[in-house]
Design a protein around this ligand. Structure first.
Ligand SMILES: Nc1ncnc2c1ncn2[C@@H]1O[C@H](COP(=O)(O)OP(=O)(O)OP(=O)(O)O)[C@@H](O)[C@H]1O
Length: 364
């Protein structure tokens, strides 16, 4: 019998998170957990609220409601929504990258990685004087910083270009340099916002390799539209639609969840079922007939509210947001699943193909 997971098995616990911008509920009552040593992917169509979740975790936004707990390996825990922004990387050991690359393009690769260790070096220099007089403690810290920078340049397969300006690198290499820079801050949780956006297949493969290497020492939370990356490297996938969680489970269970397929395909209302049959395998068709799968459907921690197809999206109790009519494909799938089962003759027309759903959300 396997032991039930303890709190420290989870590096991140998001509980009942809500983020409102005026009347817009960008995130509604969202709960999920990320396991230590795993890659957890946060996916969903454009505007689903993924970056807003990242901004709440990394202190760029203070959530309207909810708790975000970061459990460090040494047993200490931090409520991120209560930590001052600058303490989230320093004390809770959370690092992030952004959708758009933010390197110092005029500096060399090595300098970019040393800047990331600025705080550590400043402390070792006694905030100037010890460094100025070349004290051994500063020289030691300085040598360690260079070693760490070289270590991550090697991991990112960029060590040959250590002295080139970062701006001269091809796009995919710049992405890897950004990740290497984040790793130089010694994070326990690395949050990556669309790292594969704009990469060609070769660059994408190099990125996957780097992330698989990083997860040996650091847990990763990943926003990604590129399903080939998500399916290849994630251990766990959380799917959002209109700020709510519509699915949560292994890549395989999420891939065949009718709500996810419907939310991602973005087809016309009347086409939803046809497309589900075209892209689905027997599991998908089966679920349509029998109703949502409790294993990766609404659970105790899920914010998804099953119910009839309406032109409003339910969030926590009493809150409903108006969106364009029938916008939530996930709700339509549940409505269909709740309706009377189809006849066997109709099911016989289903042709399983086993293809992977393509994302509705394009890259920015
Ligand atoms: N600062 C803000 N002020 C007002 N609305 C915001 C703000 N930030 C995000 N939103 C809104 O919150 C919703 C979720 O946006 P968010 O950027 O988190 O989605 P996303 O899933 O990351 O989308 P994408 O895949 O396109 O990056 C959107 O409707 C967006 O317009």
């Amino acid at each position: 019998m396997s032991a039930s997971p303890s709190t420290n098995d989870f590096i991140l616990q998001v509980e009942h998170l809500s983020m409102k911008f005026g009347g817009l509920i960008a995130i509604g009552d969202l709960s999920f957990q990320a396991r230590r040593g795993e890659i957890t992917a946060l996916i969903g169509p454009n505007g689903a609220g993924k970056t807003t979740v990242f901004n709440c975790i990394t202190g760029f936004y203070k959530p309207s409601e909810g708790m975000i707990t970061l459990n460090r390996i040494d047993g200490s825990s931090y409520l991120l929504e209560r930590l001052p922004n600058h303490e989230i990387p320093a004390r809770a050991k959370v690092a992030r990258t952004f959708q758009n690359i933010r390197l110092f393009s005029g500096m060399t690769l090595l300098e970019n990685l040393l800047v990331a260790q600025h705080n550590k070096l400043m402390k070792a220099s006694g905030y100037t004087m010890l460094g100025l007089f070349g004290f051994s403690s500063y020289r030691k810290a300085s040598a360690e910083s260079i070693d760490l920078a070289k270590h991550w340049l090697e991991k990112a397969n960029l060590v040959d270009r250590a002295d080139d300006p970062a701006g001269d690198l091809p796009y995919g290499a710049q992405r890897r340099l950004e990740i290497a820079r984040a790793m130089c801050t010694g994070p326990e949780l690395l949050c990556l916002d669309e790292p594969a956006a704009g990469l060609n297949p070769k660059e994408s493969a190099a990125l996957n390799e780097l992330l698989m290497d990083i997860k040996n020492s650091t847990s990763i939370l990943l926003i990604e539209h590129d399903m080939s990356v998500v399916m290849q490297i994630s251990d766990h996938v959380v799917v959002l639609e209109y700020g709510r969680k519509i699915s949560d489970g292994s890549p395989q269970s999420v891939r065949t969840d009718p709500r996810v397929i419907a939310a991602y395909l973005g087809v016309d209302d009347e086409e939803v079922e046809t497309v589900l049959i075209e892209v689905g395998d027997e599991d998908v068709i089966e679920q349509l007939d029998t109703g949502p799968d409790a294993a990766h459907g609404p659970g105790t921690s899920s914010s998804f509210l099953a119910g009839p197809v309406t032109d409003t999206i339910g969030h926590s109790e009493g809150e409903r947001v108006t969106v364009s009519k029938g916008a939530s494909k996930a709700e339509q799938v549940d409505a269909k699943a709740n309706a009377a089962p189809r006849k066997p003759a109709e099911r016989a027309t289903a042709k399983p193909t086993g293809s992977t759903p393509k994302p509705r959300g394009g890259r920015k």
